[in-house]
Ligand binder design. Structure first.
Ligand SMILES: O=C(O)C1=C[C@@H](OP(=O)(O)O)[C@@H](O)[C@H](O)C1
Ligand SMILES: C=C(OP(=O)(O)O)C(=O)O
Length: 409
């Protein structure tokens, strides 16, 4: 499905939008619920990634295809490795079969797991024969993906000796590790994170309780971008959000202040308002703690005609696609002067935007959603627009609520 997008006829935007639960929190809680069945989950994400996570947790033998879901692949690997008597094959999309998992597999093997590669060494598909793992100390590189660390932490309280992780190298995507520890804390798991050592204590049972997933801040980023590109006075209420979030992408509220968008926390919502504040002369950010915001931010800057330099992007090359190359190609088609390295991106101030360009999305939900706000500046076509379902299946419906003009072509 390719969609032709134009901006709303009414220039001042106003809408209320309910966003589905965070996919990161949901996939962690789904795993914790499998380990502690007394847990219940409210506002669980309706994303494909949460759906495949549930499906994976429901099997005890045979193959499960987790498509493009990085967290599901990594979290289920740790789960099945520690489930005695279960024997499964975890596979995924063509891209998933290129996304590295060796760091996690090696750490689990050090703990006694039985995991083998079925195609390419270091990547899915993998065969896992579940064993009783006892836990203890293990070291692993921390500069490739935090998901390996979260995967180990999530199963840690179920291991007899708990876990002591030594993180080697610069730790990337730290807020996601803290989110994992924050959720463990909510169910009563003892832990510490000092320097490069994380310790998790064992826990046998939890008392029955319901954990409420906050809505997804990465999904909120597209509305921040829309507001940044809209007329002063435009306002959007998003729910359900909390002022004290476990999600690192809640840094959006600060980042977009510089781009003219104010955030007010009201009960369970955030109210975003576009102000008439003057823009800075350039944006320069290190996004190693919020890698999923890179695409949104660079497209906003392009639409605003602002130069921007983003660093800390070393994880982008191994996500749903090589996001640095994808951004360079697609912004380039729109007329941007953009250059990338393997960990940074530089965009020069745009003076014009090419019209009716088709934006390829590379099986990456964030390519589709990050480019959509540009319809406020020029008509554009988003190819394979259904990719959004990986994290935000209702994205196009919600854009329609904002009166964007959307036509299937
Ligand atoms: O743990 C998580 O839920 C995630 C961690 C991040 O990945 P990396 O740690 O690989 O950067 C992030 O990009 C991804 O969307 C979700
Ligand atoms: C990188 C992402 O997801 P994952 O790694 O879980 O596939 C994402 O949602 O931007």
């Amino acid at each position: 499905m390719n969609l032709y997008l134009s901006g709303p006829a009414e220039k001042v935007l106003k809408s209320d939008i309910e966003i589905t639960g965070s996919k990161s929190e949901s996939n962690r809680l789904l795993l914790l619920q499998a380990l502690y069945p007394d847990l219940s989950i409210d506002n669980c994400s309706n994303s494909d990634d949460a759906r495949v996570m549930k499906k994976g947790l429901g099997i005890s033998s045979g193959e499960v295809d987790i498509h493009h879901a990085g967290t599901a692949m990594r979290f289920l690997t740790a789960y099945f490795a520690s489930q005695q008597g279960k024997e499964v094959v975890l596979t995924g999309s063509k891209r998933m079969q290129e996304r590295p998992i060796e760091v996690l597999v090696e750490a689990l093997k050090d703990l006694g797991a039985d995991i083998s590669y079925l195609k390419t060494s270091g990547c899915p598909p993998i065969k896992i024969k579940g064993k009783r793992l006892y836990g203890g100390k293990v070291s692993l590189p921390a500069n490739i993906s935090s998901q390996y660390i979260s995967a180990l932490l999530l199963v840690a309280p179920r291991l007899e000796r708990g876990l002591e992780l030594e993180l080697i190298g610069t730790i990337t995507s730290i807020p996601y590790i803290k989110m994992t520890l924050g959720l463990l804390e909510q169910i009563g798991v003892g832990h510490s994170f000092e320097g490069n050592i994380i310790k998790v204590a064992p826990l046998d049972t939890v008392s029955p309780r319901t954990l409420v997933v906050e809505s997804d801040w990465s999904s909120a980023s597209y509305f921040y971008s829309i507001l940044a590109l809209s007329e002063a006075g435009s306002t959007i209420r998003l729910s359900a959000y909390r002022e004290h979030s476990l999600q690192g992408d809640s840094i959006l509220a600060d980042l977009y202040k510089a781009l003219g968008v104010d955030t007010q926390f009201q009960e369970n919502s955030i109210v975003l308002t576009k102000t008439s504040r003057p823009l800075p002369s350039k944006i320069d950010l290190d996004l190693s703690n919020a890698p999923d915001l890179a695409q949104t931010l660079v497209v906003t800057c392009f639409g605003l005609g602002l130069p921007c330099h983003l660093s800390g992007l070393h994880t982008l090359k191994i996500k749903e696609t090589d996001r640095l190359e994808a951004l360079k190609n697609e912004l380039g088609k729109l007329g941007a002067d953009i250059s990338v390295t393997d960990k940074s991106l530089r965009l020069e101030a745009a003076t014009s935007i090419n019209k009716a360009v088709s934006i390829a999305t590379y099986n990456d939900h964030r390519m589709a959603m990050a480019f959509a706000p540009l319809a406020l500046r020029t008509d554009l076509i988003i190819d394979d627009a259904e990719v959004v379902s990986k994290s935000y299946p209702d994205f196009w419906k919600d854009l329609d609520r904002l009166a964007f003009q959307i036509k299937e072509v």
